[in-house]
Design a protein around this ligand. Structure first.
Ligand SMILES: CC(C)(COP(=O)(O)OP(=O)(O)OC[C@H]1O[C@@H](n2cnc3c(N)ncnc32)[C@H](O)[C@@H]1OP(=O)(O)O)[C@@H](O)C(=O)NCCC(=O)NCCS
Length: 156
């Protein structure tokens, strides 16, 4: 899949590889106050929902999504998504999410959920654009005490 990077070329979305992990961690650290460590990403290398957005050979974003069995159903989970701070607002996050949802559908998920910080209005807008609806609040979900909003969406 290729999307416009807004300036000098295209962004392609592809499965993550070990060689991407340092760049992924760099973006993660620039994006979150409680970033995932290297090992956490390493553990998802075999997961087809771990995808990279690449532009001119540089990693500019990623998404981590998987499927687990939940009360007899296949539940998709978008666990992490971030775009390099200088590359936001160009459609890369949307492209990553589109592709991740397609992977989850291919893996048999009929519903997908995610958690988002209550204060993260940009991400909440992105998810609403994708048809996610708030399901419930989880008080103190994050280590700094902030609440999470669980959002879900049915998949066809
Ligand atoms: C959330 C994130 C992944 C979106 O990536 P992106 O490439 O900037 O997203 P897109 O360019 O595809 O934007 C899609 C929509 O998201 C919404 N959005 C994203 N960031 C926004 C912001 N800072 N403010 C307002 N709206 C925002 C907008 O509705 C936008 O659609 P529009 O441009 O048509 O208005 C990116 O901002 C990011 O990495 N944020 C830090 C990490 C993070 O919060 N991840 C989500 C954790 S739950």
């Amino acid at each position: 899949m290729r999307v416009s990077a807004g300036d000098d070329g295209n962004v392609s979305i592809r499965p993550a590889e070990r060689a991407d992990l340092l760049a992924v961690v760099h973006i993660e650290n620039a994006s979150f106050s409680q970033p995932w460590p290297y090992d956490a990403f390493e553990g998802f290398l075999d997961e087809s929902g771990f995808l990279i957005a690449e532009h001119d050979g540089d990693v500019v974003g990623y998404v981590v999504a998987d499927v687990s069995r939940n009360f007899g159903r296949q539940l998709g989970h978008v666990k992490d998504v971030a775009v390099h701070p200088e590359r936001r607002g160009l459609g890369i996050g949307s492209a990553l999410l589109t592709r991740a949802l397609a992977v989850l559908v291919a893996q048999g998920a009929d519903t997908v959920k995610l958690e988002v910080r209550q204060s993260n209005d940009g991400a909440k807008r992105l998810y609403r654009n994708f048809g996610f609806e708030p399901l419930r609040r989880v008080p103190g979900y994050y280590e700094d005490g902030e609440d999470a909003i669980v959002m879900i969406r049915k998949l066809e």
